[in-house]
Ligand binder design. Structure first.
Ligand SMILES: Nc1ncnc2c1ncn2[C@@H]1O[C@H](COP(=O)(O)OP(=O)(O)O)[C@@H](O)[C@H]1O
Ligand SMILES: [Mg+2]
Length: 302
């Protein structure tokens, strides 16, 4: 059996687990059945600590409850902690693929929450500095995974380093997480400015995290949007929504589970579910620039 079919088998099991969990009746699941290309979505921010890792983990959870096969790429070079948030212990990272010790399938981890994780942090620097034959090898491996996932969520880490930029440049959709802190907004602006001017990226979705009310979140979004409109001519910012400040989040973090799984009825979990749904509904509305192949080609600079 080739790598892709083995993975499809594993993912098939995931779907069965999901169904036997009784989360949604089969017809709902079937109607939610994905079509079309893999969504490649980066979750990024100018400033650290604004909630990216939580956003990625919770959207992954919510989307997999909605019948999508989700893979998270933990690409935060400085503070990779998706594994800690999810309470899993990866033995290998993408670095083992680059060194030839493991293949991708052996590195991708099925989390108990129903989605998969590709731990990458320790190999990120290398990922952007490969020679031609290494890149070709990796690209071949990744292309085998084309049919195994519906959504590919990337935790890029914060800031304006070239690693963060590469992932945002390669991803077709970008979610920029901001909070009410002034530094989060100025740093988000700096990030959008570089992505727009240097990498010619035009569309961004803004998610306001840890807000106290819908009004506060909308004010934050409008403020950023005004500044971007005034000083940068081309980009368009879409308001993706907001997630409330909620003490359930740090509680869940301490228990090493996503808040959506641990406290599904909390306000914060309902917000994540709504945002996930909005993302999935916009499947047709958003004009994709490519698929997962396109992502890896861009990332690996072919
Ligand atoms: N909506 C929220 N409400 C309350 N606390 C939050 C919320 N989102 C994130 N946090 C807290 O903020 C901290 C940083 O979140 P994290 O997702 O690790 O940020 P980042 O990945 O951007 O560095 C976490 O310890 C988490 O408990
Ligand atoms: Mg993080």
């Amino acid at each position: 059996m080739d790598q892709a079919s083995r993975l499809r088998m594993i993912m098939g099991d995931q779907k069965r687990d999901f169904l036997s969990g009784g989360a949604l009746p089969r017809d709902v699941m079937d109607s939610a059945a994905p079509q079309g290309p893999v969504r490649v979505i980066s979750v990024t921010s100018g400033k650290g600590g604004v909630g990216k890792t939580n956003v990625v983990g919770n959207l992954a959870y919510a989307m997999s409850r909605m019948g999508r096969r989700v893979l998270i790429l933990d690409a935060d070079l400085g503070l990779a902690n998706m594994d800690v948030l999810l309470g899993v212990n990866p033995r290998y990272t993408i670095q083992h693929v680059l060194s030839g010790e493991k293949n991708l399938e052996e590195v991708i981890l099925r989390t108990p929450s129903g989605f998969s994780l590709l731990p990458a942090a320790s190999g990120i620097q290398e990922l952007t500095e490969l020679d031609h034959s290494q890149r070709l090898l990796l690209l071949n491996e990744f292309e085998d995974f084309e049919d195994s996932f519906d959504v590919f969520l990337i935790d890029t880490g914060a800031g304006i380093s070239s690693n963060v930029m590469y992932f945002n440049f390669a991803a077709m959709e970008k979610i920029v997480v901001v909070t009410n802190e002034p530094a989060s907004l100025t740093d988000a602006y700096a990030l959008i400015k570089i992505l727009t001017k240097k990498y010619r990226q035009k569309r961004y979705r803004i998610l306001v995290n840890a807000a106290r009310s819908a009004g506060e979140a909308e004010r934050i979004y409008r403020h950023l949007s005004r500044v971007v409109d005034r000083y940068l001519s081309s980009p368009s910012l879409d308001y993706l929504g907001w997630v409330p400040y909620d003490e359930h989040v740090p509680k869940a973090v301490r228990r090493q589970q996503t808040v959506s799984e641990l406290y599904p009825d909390s306000r914060v979990s309902r917000s994540f579910a709504e945002i996930a749904e909005r993302m999935l509904e916009s499947e047709d509305a958003f004009d994709f620039e490519g698929d997962i192949k396109f992502f890896w080609r861009r990332l690996l600079r072919f």
